[in-house]
Each structure stands twice: as structure tokens, then as C-alpha cells.
Design a protein around this ligand. Structure first.
Ligand code: SAM
Length: 283
């Protein structure tokens, strides 16, 4: 007998992974949470049937979300992660000894509990003394803060369900306000390839451009996300992602990474023409 997990990437495209067994399944107050074990990708987490991460390719997403802004901002002390209940983003952040505080705002405590239990590869750093978890809606949390954070990482689900509010103009405006005068925000920015993802990507980009003076987009290859071509947004009050890259300083930290490196940093901002056109269209 064969067991397969299938996600519809469009009305006409399905992506399937063979599964050995289902390890966890629960309907939380916010979403359905499932964790599977697979021969090709190891364990993987889905929310409402959408792929969040697999053990095999999560390093790409988490390294690109964290190390790109960390190699630009010269003095990150206080970081806010919105979403990210699997812990992968926090795992990469705690590698920087000079970060003093990491606040994680996750709407669904059950995601964190399930990942601590069944996905220790990512959920391995919540016990670090610098990490504080807040179980609330990121959209509401961010309203209360002004001039507090050096870096905000929006590690959210897609723009429907509980994640919808994290793609709004109000949210990006409040992130701008919550950042210090040289703060940076990085967000998962959807994909340019399939029509619906591309529409969400353009809409998010338009709203971020309206909120931040510097707004660039960079890319990574993430095999288990729709089309495999995924984007991140780099929105900043002061620092330019390439002109202000501190390659030597970052290298001297001696962090071992599997995807990110100093050359790839600039290369990731070199986008295909069709993506540039989509972005220009809404700028
Ligand atoms: N890497 C992933 C991706 O792009 O598919 C994101 C993974 S992470 C598991 C996303 C998390 O965002 C989920 O655990 C979800 O519960 C959380 N989330 C969704 N909406 C949220 C909100 N409004 N406030 C805080 N967390 C939220």
C-alpha cells in the first residue's frame, strides 16, 4: 500500500510526497495541524493541508530569512519574529551571541507544542534564555509598539486564514512604527510563478513599498513550496541590502551555513526579468 500527501499548487497542478506514516494530527482553534514522516523529505509539517516545512529543505528558508538581514544591520539586539512557531527562524537567530532578546509572537500555541514534540530539528531553541513566546495574533501585538525592534521577521503562513492580517497595509505600517530608526523587516513574500501566488506577492510588495523607503525582493529555491521559486521581502528604513552588506564582519562570525553565503547574498537580489516587471508594475 502506498500513502501520499498531496497539495494542490493550482487548480491544475498537484504536488505529492510519499509518506511512511502520519505522526500527528489535530484541529486547533486556528487551523488543522499535521506532521508526517516521509522517505524523501524526512518529517514535514502542514497547516490546513499547506506545506510549512520539511526537514530536508527547511534550512534554505530559515537561513535566507535570518542571515540576509543579519549580514546588513550592524547592531541587532532586539528581534521580533511573527509566526515561526516551528522554531526554525529562532534556531538561526540564537546563533548570534550579540542578540539580546528574541520575541516570538505565534497565534497558535499548539503548533509550537507539536513541533517541540515531533520536529526537534527546528524547535530546538525555545529554551534559550533570550527567547520569549507570546501566543497572540501578530496583527494585534504589533499595534502596541513604537521604536523598539532592530529586526522584525514575518515568518507567516499564506495570506488567507489566520495569516491574512499579516499581509495588510495596517500591519506593515505598524511594523515600520515598531522598528527603530535603522530597523529592517524581512517577510516571506510568496512566489512569482503561479497566478494566485504572484497576485499575493504583488499585493504584498505594493503595500510594503508604500510603508518603507527601501523595499527590495530576494529569492531562494525551496523545492517543496509551489513552483520551488520563493521570494522574501527586505524592507528597511536606512540600510540597503547590497550596498550595506557587511560581508567580512559576517564571515568573521564563523557561522556554518548550508545555503547562505556572502556571494549568494547579492546574487539573491538579482531577479529574473519577468519578476522585476511584476514588481515594477506595482511600485
Ligand atoms: N515557513 C513557513 C511558510 O512560509 O510556509 C511558515 C511557517 S510557520 C509554521 C507560520 C506560522 O505562522 C504558523 O505556525 C501560524 O500559526 C503562524 N501564524 C499565522 N497567522 C498568524 C498571526 N496572525 N499571528 C501570529 N502567528 C500567525
Amino acid at each position: 500500500m502506498e500513502l501520499w500527501f498531496t497539495e494542490k499548487h493550482t487548480e491544475n497542478v498537484k504536488f505529492s510526497i510519499q509518506v511512511d506514516k502520519q505522526i500527528y494530527s489535530s484541529q486547533s482553534e486556528f487551523q488543522r495541524i499535521d506532521i508526517f514522516e516521509s522517505p524523501e523529505f524526512g518529517r514535514f509539517l502542514t497547516l490546513d493541508g499547506y506545506m510549512m516545512l520539511t526537514e530536508k529543505d527547511e534550512f534554505i528558508y530559515h537561513e535566507m530569512m535570518v542571515h540576509v538581514p543579519m549580514a546588513v544591520h550592524p547592531n541587532v539586539k532586539k528581534v521580533l519574529v511573527i509566526g515561526g512557531g516551528d522554531g526554525g527562524t529562532v534556531r538561526e537567530l540564537i546563533r548570534y551571541p550579540f542578540i539580546e532578546e528574541i520575541d516570538l509572537v505565534e497565534i497558535d500555541e499548539e503548533v509550537v507544542d507539536a513541533c517541540i514534540r515531533y520536529l526537534p530539528q527546528t524547535a530546538c531553541s525555545f529554551q534559550d534564555k533570550r527567547v520569549k513566546c507570546f501566543y497572540e495574533d501578530g496583527l494585534k501585538y504589533i499595534r502596541k509598539y513604537e521604536n523598539v525592534y532592530d529586526l522584525i521577521l514575518v515568518d507567516s503562513t499564506d495570506p488567507f486564514g489566520p495569516g491574512e492580517g499579516l499581509f495588510t497595509k495596517e500591519f506593515y505600517g505598524n511594523c515600520f512604527k515598531a522598528l527603530k530608526e535603522d530597523g529592517i523587516m524581512v517577510n516571506q513574500h510568496e512566489s512569482p510563478f503561479y497566478k494566485e501566488d504572484a497576485y499575493a506577492m504583488q499585493r504584498a510588495h505594493k503595500r510594503i513599498v508604500e510603508s518603507f523607503p527601501i523595499s527590495k525582493v530576494y529569492q531562494a529555491h525551496i523545492p517543496t513550496y509551489p513552483s520551488g521559486h520563493w521570494l522574501f521581502g527586505f524592507a528597511s528604513k536606512k540600510y540597503h541590502p547590497i550596498e550595506d552588506q557587511r560581508a567580512e564582519e559576517w564571515k568573521s562570525l564563523n557561522l556554518k551555513t548550508r545555503y547562505y553565503n556572502e556571494q549568494l547574498h547579492a546574487g539573491a537580489f538579482a531577479l529574473p526579468n519577468y519578476v522585476e516587471e511584476m514588481l515594477e508594475h506595482v511600485e
